[in-house]
Design a protein around this ligand. Structure first.
Ligand SMILES: C[S@@+](CC[C@H](N)C(=O)[O-])C[C@H]1O[C@@H](n2cnc3c(N)ncnc32)[C@H](O)[C@@H]1O
Length: 470
C-alpha cells in the first residue's frame, strides 16, 4: 500500500458510474457472440484504478449476491469510497489502496469481470503492461475484461493540442494556475478564424469541447504526466501476450467492431476494426477481452439475441413517437416501434427477447437500436422491482446518499438522478426495509408531506425510476 499522495489526491477526479462496464451488459455481448459468461448476479468483479469505487459501489448496491473489489492508488479517493460503502451497509465490496504494479504480482483471484476504465492511456508503459498482466492472470475461464483507452488515430490530434498546452504551461506547477492557463489558451485557440485551412479548423473543433470539461478532468486528462493513446491492434497484441483475446467493443456505437460478418476469418477481425478506426478517426475504445480459443460468433445471424434482455430509457411523446434526452427518436419499422413501446411500458424492467419471435432482420434492427443508444441489452433481468413486497426497501446506496444530504442519488441501474424536492426525499428515507405498509402510511402521514401524494403513487414513481429492489 502506498502512502504517498498522488496527483489524484491533490486534485480529486470526479467519481462516476459506467453502464458499459456492468457485468450484465458485458455478459449480453458475450451471448450475442454465442459465448457463455459468468452469471452477473453472483459474479466476482474487480475494478482496477476505480478511483473512489463509485462504479462498483453502485453495482454492489444492486447485486447483493455478487462480490466486488475496487482498488486505486489515490488514498483520499479510497477513504471516501470506503466511507460511502459503509454508510450504505454494503458487505459485498472491498475498496482498497493498491498499486496495479504490485497487484499484478500479488492480488488473489480469480475474477469473472475485470474493469480498467480511464487508466490505460494515462499511465507509463510498465503500468499498462501490469494492467493487462493482472487481467490475464486473474480472469476466470469464461470471464470478460473491460479495458478502455484513448485511441489512435484520433488521439494524435489530442496529442498535438496537449503539446501546445504543455508548452504554454512550462514551469507552472500549481494545479489552479495550470488549469487557468489551459483554459485561457484553449479559449483563444478554439475560436474559428476566417480563412482557417480545414486541418486547423478541425484542430480547433477538437480543442473546443475541452473547455466544457470540469477543472479536475481538464487537469488530469489533458495536462497529466502521461498521455499515450493506443491503437486497437497494439492493445490486442498486448492482451494476447497475457492470454487474452479480442471479443468486441463495449461502446454500443462500436459493436460492429466484433461483428464484421459470420464469414470473416477470426484472424481478420481486429484488422478490420483497426482499418475502421483509421477511416473514422476513432478517439476512444472500450475493448472487451476474453480467453483465447472461444470462437466468438461474428455477425448478427439467427439466434443472435437468444437469452438477452432489452430495456429502454426513451419516453413516449405521442402514439409511436419517442424521445431520449430531449432528442426525438424516429423509427421507420413498425415492429421496432411496437417493441420500443412495450419496453417503455415495462421500464425499468427488461424484456427477455426469447419471449418474442425474432427474424434475422429483427435481430439486426434491434442491434441497430442498441448502437444508437435507444435500447440497452443485458444478460439478466433488472435488479429493480415494480411490485415491491410488504417491507419496501430502496437502494441502500440511494439511502446513504440521501442521508449525506447529496442532491443526486444513484438508481439500481447505475444512473445518477437529481433528487432535490423535500417530499420525495422524505418518502425515500422511509424505505429502509423496516416498515410494513401500515407503518409506511403512518410515518408518511406524519412526515409533513403526506398530503402531497398517496403512498401507492409515491411507490410507483420511485419504482419506475429504478429505486426499489425486489
Ligand atoms: C482518470 S482516473 C480514472 C478513475 C476511474 N476509473 C474513472 O474512470 O472515473 C485514473 C485513476 O487511475 C489511478 N491510478 C493511476 N496509476 C495507478 C496505479 N499505478 N495503480 C492504481 N491506480 C492508479 C489514479 O489514482 C486515478 O484514480
Amino acid at each position: 500500500m502506498s502512502e504517498l499522495p498522488t496527483h489524484y489526491d491533490e486534485v480529486a477526479y470526479p467519481s462516476g458510474t459506467f453502464f458499459a462496464t456492468e457485468p450484465a451488459h458485458m455478459a449480453a455481448l458475450a451471448r450475442m457472440h454465442g459465448l457463455t459468461a459468468p452469471a452477473p448476479e453472483t459474479a466476482r468483479v474487480l475494478e482496477i484504478a476505480g478511483g473512489d469505487g463509485a462504479n462498483l459501489i453502485a453495482m454492489a448496491a444492486a447485486w447483493p449476491n455478487a462480490r466486488f473489489h475496487s482498488f486505486d492508488l489515490a488514498a483520499t479517493a479510497i477513504a471516501n469510497g470506503v466511507k460511502l460503502a459503509a454508510e450504505a451497509g454494503l458487505d459485498n465490496i472491498r475498496i482498497t489502496v493498491d498499486d496495479v504494479l504490485a497487484a499484478a504480482e500479488t492480488l488473489e483471484g480469480p475474477f469473472d469481470y475485470i474493469i480498467a476504465h480511464g487508466l490505460y492511456a494515462w499511465v507509463p508503459e510498465p503500468v499498462r503492461e501490469a494492467t493487462v498482466r493482472l487481467m490475464g492472470r486473474l480472469l476466470s475461464p469464461d470471464g470478460i475484461a473491460f479495458l478502455s483507452y484513448n485511441a489512435n488515430p484520433g488521439g494524435h490530434m489530442r496529442t498535438a493540442i496537449r503539446e501546445m498546452l504543455l508548452h504554454r504551461l512550462r514551469g507552472i506547477v500549481e494545479p489552479a494556475e495550470r488549469i487557468a492557463g489551459a483554459r485561457q489558451l484553449l479559449g483563444d485557440f478554439a475560436i474559428a478564424r476566417e480563412n482557417d485551412p480545414p486541418v486547423l479548423a478541425g484542430m480547433r473543433a477538437v480543442a473546443a469541447p475541452m473547455l466544457d470539461k470540469s477543472d479536475a478532468v481538464l487537469f488530469h486528462d489533458e495536462l497529466g504526466e502521461v498521455y499515450a493513446p493506443q491503437s486497437l491492434c497494439d492493445v490486442v497484441a498486448a492482451a494476447e501476450r497475457h492470454g487474452l483475446a479480442f471479443l468486441n467493443d463495449a461502446n454500443p456505437s462500436m459493436v460492429h467492431d466484433g461483428l464484421p460478418g459470420e464469414n470473416v476469418a477470426e484472424e481478420d477481425v481486429v484488422a478490420i476494426a483497426q482499418a475502421d478506426d483509421y477511416a473514422v478517426l476513432a478517439f476512444f475504445h472500450q475493448t472487451l477481452l476474453v480467453r483465447p480459443g472461444r470462437a466468438p460468433r461474428r455477425g448478427v445471424g439467427a439466434g443472435a439475441l437468444a437469452g438477452i434482455y432489452a430495456s429502454t430509457r426513451v419516453r413516449r411523446t405521442g402514439p409511436g413517437a419517442f424521445a431520449l434526452d430531449g432528442q426525438e427518436v424516429e423509427l421507420d419499422d413498425a415492429d421496432m416501434a411496437e417493441l420500443l413501446g412495450h419496453l417503455v411500458d415495462i421500464a425499468p424492467l427488461r424484456l427477455l427477447l426469447d419471449e418474442i419471435e425474432l427474424s434475422v432482420e429483427h435481430c439486426v434492427a434491434i442491434v441497430q437500436l442498441y448502437q444508437r443508444g435507444v435500447i440497452w441489452l443485458y444478460a439478466v433481468q433488472s435488479p429493480c422491482s415494480l411490485e415491491p413486497g410488504e417491507f419496501v426497501r430502496a437502494s441502500p446506496l440511494a439511502l446513504a446518499q440521501l442521508a449525506r444530504g447529496l442532491a443526486t442519488v444513484h438508481t439500481l441501474e447505475l444512473r445518477s438522478i437529481a433528487f432535490v424536492e423535500p417530499g420525495p426525499r422524505a418518502f425515500l428515507a422511509l424505505l429502509d426495509g423496516t416498515r410494513d405498509r401500515a407503518a409506511l402510511a403512518r410515518d408518511w402521514a406524519g412526515s409533513g408531506h403526506g398530503d402531497e401524494v398517496t403512498v401507492d403513487v409515491a411507490l410507483a414513481q420511485l419504482a419506475g425510476a429504478g429505486m426499489i429492489s425486489g
